[in-house]
Design a binder for this molecule. Structure first.
Ligand code: 26W
Length: 794
């Protein structure tokens, strides 16, 4: 920790930055001026260590984490806590008459990712820095992050998120390290913008390198002078398109040309950067490249790196094809994050031919080589066709990734088993040694230490040190305190405080009054049918009717909180949002209910408001259709903050259940192994007509009691569940099938909640057993088993 830094020093640096940036004396700054000055002061204080870290890494074996998304969230608090200068910063800003919490609220939330995959990348970077591992993140500097969600009459509306418009000091432009990226139709500069990644209790500072495209052609003054202004700026527009948008689809593939352009843009720039630095450190002989460099591709989005590195080796460095292929297949490793068929990237070969003919040729060459290899093994042609990286005019990015990588992993035990047994079974048969599991994790720095300082302080007090922050398995030493009622009372008081603060925040933001004594039952994640927010809200509506029918029913008051963005083109997901907000409107204003149920939809769920919600939760809703949630990571954040999981046997829920034992988790629903046989005779209409209460809630969708603004979206939801359509059977996500069991178990959870101390013990044991879900554990597995890198402390 930086014990060398004083409050005085921070204060003085801030004064300089306020003066230089806004031409004012320091005591006349606005909150934003102070935020900006403090963040520049932090970067300034890091600069020397940052440089040293890079020099240290450049001579050892390094990992490069390629990802189209890094959902980093705000930087300042994280950096202050990591450097151990939070109190000093508090003191420094107090000298200007402002409060650090208010200053921190000035920061925008860089949402350069959709959901789980992007946030995982950010947690990984935190762990790598904390563990002094030579790892660099590579991605795209999106000008606009994921859209900001507004609710208008209960409908989702998307507005642009211009997170860096007014300046964001935590990304630093490195003009001198720009590289040129070549497309068939034009060239662009890729200019790196670097974000420092600090670790907890270390002086190493890692790097997230985000590329920004800029025009490579000189501005055409001839066109401009001949009054052809449009043509003169067209070039610039095409370049600007590349960084303008983060594609807002989470799990549904959309073959847009611009997206391949983006993928090639950052992957080509990153590989050129890596090769250039390799040559500086190790000379021009490329035969040792794979000894010093490894690249992890975060899903298939960066898979075009495989042919691109072939191109760099063969065309630019004169390496023979077979030698180049050996290097490439020693460099890359691939992580799969989903088994959903609609998420698998399959690009039209024509797009590649048009944008980068040479890359297309190379993919073709790889494909021919693959087919020959399998033919030589006497494998049937039908199987070869089935597995070929290019077939029927399509490039299958997952297959290209597996063939071009030395390692392939899933993100939870169950997910990896499904890949091996099902989704990728033929690949597993051919190359079993490539496959392994790396269960996801989350960083305890952001998701416990920083977002829940009160619980952190209690843990540190009980364990006698804060060593748990970088060694989360130590939380298991908290287990005995579950029997200590005084500790349990303190724990309950901390949870109560977090709930109170969330209640105040919700009142300020959404105008809904909620009771901090009620059960906080929270589902926050992207909106998708497979995640089954619909199942959750159907339960709520049913509970509403049950209370109306029998007000004596004994259940504690509950607050059900949702936060979820829907992909802008995902009609059904948007319908579900509207269904939730309509339900909220009806229930929250019904005098018969009298506050016994409150439903809240938090607008614009993101990292920052997530940091307020995880500590305040009693119940964590993880209710995906079994087999479809690869891992989940929100489930881990809830657990670390002492919420109990109500979930299906899916993704990492399975491992959470193992860790906490059956008494401290609530599992329900059809299991993966029974899904197929159950579906064979599954008749959702039967459930609709025969499960008590189901018809009553589902008919809200069609009886005019709820308003979908004449869009027909509620009728569509109803049809989707009960009648199906020409292109899709009814209720593919098994909502009605799991409803009855879900209701039974959720009722039980609410009942158990009322026994305060026994409930507190369940929550406590969740915290105590969350050690294995630290991303430090995940990263040490990647580092030892796939990356083969070791710590390099500066
Ligand atoms: C090309 C369209 C597309 C977009 C995003 C395809 C696939 C994706 C991601 C792989 C979706 C994603 O974020 N998957 C989530 O990854 C998390 C981190 O591993 C897991 O915890 C989640 O279960 C998984 O849904």
């Amino acid at each position: 920790m930086r014990t060398d830094i004083t409050a005085e020093q921070i204060k003085n640096k801030m004064a300089e930055f306020v003066r230089a940036d806004s031409g004012k004396s320091a005591d006349r700054g606005t909150l934003w001026d102070y935020w900006s000055a403090l963040s520049r002061a932090v970067v300034d204080l890091l600069a020397d260590d940052w440089e040293k870290t890079r020099d240290t890494y450049d001579v050892v074996r390094q990992e490069h984490y390629f990802s189209a998304e890094f959902l980093v969230g705000r930087s300042m608090l994280n950096n202050l806590v990591n450097l151990g200068i939070y109190e000093k910063a508090q003191e420094a800003v107090a000298a200007y008459g402002v409060n650090l919490t208010d200053v921190l609220e000035q920061e925008s939330d860089p949402g350069l990712g959709n959901g789980g995959l992007g946030r995982l990348a950010a947690c990984f970077l935190d762990s790598c820095a904390t563990m002094n591992l030579p790892v660099t993140g590579y991605g795209i500097l999106y000008r606009y992050g994921l859209f900001r969600q507004q609710l208008a009459g209960g409908f989702q509306k998307e507005v642009p998120d211009s997170w860096m418009e007014s300046g964001y000091p935590f990304v630093v432009r490195r003009e001198d390290e720009r590289v040129k990226v070549h497309y068939n139709d034009f060239d662009v500069w890729a200019v790196p913008y670097d974000m420092p990644i600090t670790g907890y209790g270390t002086r190493n500072v890692n790097r997230l390198r985000l590329w920004k495209p800029e025009p490579a052609q000189e501005f055409d003054f001839n066109l401009f002078n001949s009054q052809r202004f449009d043509d003169a700026v067209i070039e610039r527009n095409r370049v600007n398109d590349i960084w303008r948008v983060l594609y807002p689809n989470d799990t549904s593939y959309d073959g847009k040309v611009l997206r391949v352009r983006q993928q090639y843009f950052f992957v080509s720039a990153s590989l050129q950067d890596i090769v250039r630095r390799y040559k500086i450190a190790h000379g021009t002989d490329m035969s040792h490249f794979a000894e010093f460099n490894s690249v992890q591709i975060n899903d298939t989005h960066p898979a075009i790196g495989i042919p691109e590195l072939m191109r760099i080796l063969v065309d630019e460095n004169g390496v023979e094809w077979t030698d180049a292929w050996k290097i490439v297949t020693s460099v890359f490793a691939y992580t799969n994050h989903t088994v959903m068929a609609e998420a698998l990237e399959k690009w039209d070969a024509g797009i590649f031919q048009y944008l980068f003919p040479r890359i297309f040729q190379i993919i073709d060459g790889i494909n021919i080589q693959f087919r020959n290899e399998l033919l030589a093994q006497k494998l049937p042609l039908s199987l070869i066709d089935e597995l070929s990286p290019m077939m029927d005019g399509r490039v299958r990015m997952a297959y290209l990734s597996i063939y071009g990588s030395r390692a392939v992993n899933g993100v939870a035990e169950l997910h990896t088993e499904i890949l091996k047994r099902d989704t990728l079974k033929e690949w597993y048969r051919l190359w079993p040694e490539k496959f392994s599991n790396k269960t996801n994790g989350v960083t305890p720095r952001r998701w416990l230490r920083s977002c829940n300082p009160e619980l952190s302080a209690l843990i540190t007090e009980l364990l006698g040190s804060d060593a748990w922050v970088t060694d989360l398995d130590r939380l298991s030493e908290l287990t005995p305190y579950a029997k200590d009622d005084r500790v349990m009372e303190r724990f309950l008081a901390i949870k109560r405080g977090s709930k109170q603060r969330l209640a105040e925040y919700i009142f300020a933001k959404e105008g809904v009054e909620i009771d901090a004594e009620s059960v906080f039952d929270i589902q926050i994640k992207r909106l998708h049918e497979y995640k089954r927010q619909l199942l959750n809200i159907l339960y709520v509506l049913d509970l509403y009717h049950r209370i109306k029918a029998d007000p004596t029913i004994s259940l504690p008051p509950v607050t059900v909180i949702f936060g979820a963005k829907a992909a802008p083109g995902y009609f059904r997901a948007k319908a579900i949002i509207k269904f939730i907000t309509e339900t909220a409107r009806i229930i929250n204003t019904d005098p018969d209910i009298d506050g016994r149920i409150k439903v809240v939809f938090i607008e614009n769920y993101n990292v920052s408001n997530g940091e307020r919600m995880f500590p305040a939760a009693d119940i964590s809703e993880q209710i995906s259709t079994a087999g479809l949630e690869a891992s989940g990571t929100g489930n881990m954040k809830f657990m670390m903050n002492g919420a109990v999981t109500l979930g299906t046997c899916d993704g990492a829920n399975v491992e959470i259940a193992e860790a906490v034992s059956d008494d401290n988790i609530y599992i329900f629903g059809c299991r993966v192994e029974n899904m197929e046989s159950t579906r064979a005779y599954y008749n959702p209409r039967w459930h609709y007509e025969n499960i008590p209460g189901l018809k009553r809630v589902l008919d809200h969708l069609i009886d005019g009691s709820m308003d979908d603004g004449g869009t027909g979206m509620f009728r569509d939801l109803y049809n989707g569940l009960i009648t199906g359509s020409n292109w899709q059977p009814a209720d593919v996500f098994f909502v009605l099938g799991d409803f009855d069991d879900y209701r039974k178990v959720r009722d039980l959870v609410y009942h158990d909640y009322t026994d305060r101390l026994s409930w507190a013990r369940k929550c406590w044991l969740n915290v105590a057993n969350s050690g294995r879900f630290s991303s430090d554990r995940t990263i040490s597995d990647y580092a030892n088993e796939i990356w083969k890198i070791t710590p390099s402390k500066i």
